[in-house]
Ligand binder design. Structure first.
Ligand code: FES
Ligand code: FES
Length: 158
């Protein structure tokens, strides 16, 4: 290991990885460039749009803001992991994806929101869902279809 790199071990979508990386390398670049997981998108690259959202030990984070040194020992979940099918189906059924750049991050954030609702034993309302997804920007849909998709997924697709 050289002075300016760090060896980290972590899991992505249940698969363990050990990498030697510059400590400040962005998690987004680790995923897309080092591991070839290009499902996670880059929008602004500055923490403003949510396109790069992933789950870090179950919490939604902007992977463009997370340095590699912070993920040692963590479990990262990306849009390429298991368990997104029902939400993806709901997005398709409601026409909640247009250009698609926001869609992976939006679906990751939706999963985290619906899991929080389920853990709290509450049904998500349209207003709360819109607020919960406010950190994920979409230039195409106007958000109504995204909220409908999230609520459809919360109902189990019915
Ligand atoms: S690309 Fe990370 S928040 Fe926009
Ligand atoms: S579908 Fe284009 S930005 Fe959301």
């Amino acid at each position: 290991m050289s002075d300016d790199t760090l060896r980290i071990a972590f899991t992505v979508d249940g698969v363990r990885h050990e990498l030697e990386v510059p400590p400040l390398r962005r998690l987004l670049d680790v995923l897309r460039e080092d591991l070839g997981l290009c499902g996670t998108k880059e929008g602004c690259g500055e923490g403003e749009c949510g396109a790069c959202s992933v789950l870090d030990d179950g919490e939604v984070v902007n992977s463009c803001l997370i340095p590699a040194c912070q993920i040692d020992g963590h479990a990262i979940t990306t849009i390429e992991g298991q368990g997104f099918g029902p939400i993806q189906d709901a997005f398709l059924r409601e026409g909640a994806a247009q250009c698609g750049i926001c869609t992976p991050g939006m679906i990751v954030a939706t999963r985290a929101w619906l899991e929080r609702c389920a853990a709290d034993g509450v049904a998500p309302t349209p207003e709360a869902t819109r607020a919960a997804l406010a950190g994920n920007l979409c230039r195409c849909t106007g958000y109504a279809s995204i909220v409908r998709a999230a609520l459809l997924a919360a109902r189990g697709g019915t």
